[in-house]
Design a binder for this molecule. Structure first.
Ligand code: IPE
Ligand code: IPE
Ligand code: MG
Length: 228
């Protein structure tokens, strides 16, 4: 049995494009279906007795390399998602928080993100973190620069953990969909002792039933953290 209950869950939502291709649709349709899945998984997490945070990789610092139209679509979809999601956040007691460098987003989108954070900040069943223009290396670099600007000459692991954007320092379980088995610059610091789970399911086909099975698998694992 696992030594630690599942508190901090992270998900690399991958495979929207391949799902669309399989169904003879444009990539954007895969992203639309994927957004619905985020809603289902988030409400499952809010109802789960031990999960405190769920962090979803929605847009990486490398995703700007994609065609301009796809990037624009993702930005519009994010704005719509946050607008439509407000009722769900309030109904399920979910606090929304963004991580990543938001300064590259349009003024309107930044406003939507900050407003959603403000309106949900008292909710306490779950923190849903969306990683937006997020990169693990960028996050660590920003944390170290912050500490330097505060006058630190040398830093401890605890200093860095506290200077990161995430409200936790350790992820318990990381899931990546679509069969790819890599981290793609997600939460590098916070994943040091995480359990990893890779499923071939494409993100638009992922659901709460499969998440439940993965959590069952997680609870059977023995986490040693370097001990015996
Ligand atoms: C994940 O699905 C969504 C984002 C990275 C925004 P992809 O768009 O990467 O889907 P595939 O990997 O091309 O199938
Ligand atoms: C990782 O998926 C980023 C997100 C899910 C937002 P990618 O599809 O961008 O990753 P690679 O390119 O396959 O590593
Ligand atoms: Mg991908």
């Amino acid at each position: 049995m696992t030594d630690t209950p599942l508190k901090n869950l992270a998900i690399i939502m991958d495979g929207n494009g391949r799902w669309a291709k399989q169904h003879g649709l444009k990539r954007t349709k895969g992203h639309e279906k994927g957004a619905e899945v985020i809603r289902d998984i988030t409400t499952y997490c809010a109802k789960h007795p031990t999960i405190e945070t769920a962090t979803f990789y929605a847009f990486s610092t490398e995703n700007w390399k994609r065609p301009k139209l796809e990037v624009e679509f993702l930005m519009k979809m994010l704005d719509r998602y946050l607008k439509e999601e407000l009722d769900t956040y309030q109904a399920y007691g979910i606090r929304f928080q963004a991580i990543g460098d938001l300064t590259r987003f349009s003024h309107a989108l930044q406003k939507r993100i900050l407003k959603t954070q403000e309106l949900t900040k008292e909710n306490s069943n779950l923190i849903q973190l969306l990683a937006l223009n997020y990169g693990g290396r960028a996050e660590i670099t920003a944390a170290v620069n912050k500490l330097i600007s505060e006058g630190k000459k040398s830093v401890t692991e605890k200093d860095i953990s506290l200077a990161l954007q995430t409200p936790y320092s350790d992820i318990d379980l990381l899931i990546r969909t679509s069969g790819e088995e890599r981290i793609s610059n997600f939460l590098l610091w916070q994943l040091s002792y995480s359990e990893l789970y890779f499923t071939p399911t494409l993100w638009p086909d992922f659901n709460a039933r499969e998440l439940n099975e993965i959590i069952e698998n997680y609870t059977q694992r023995i986490r040693r953290f370097g001990g015996v």
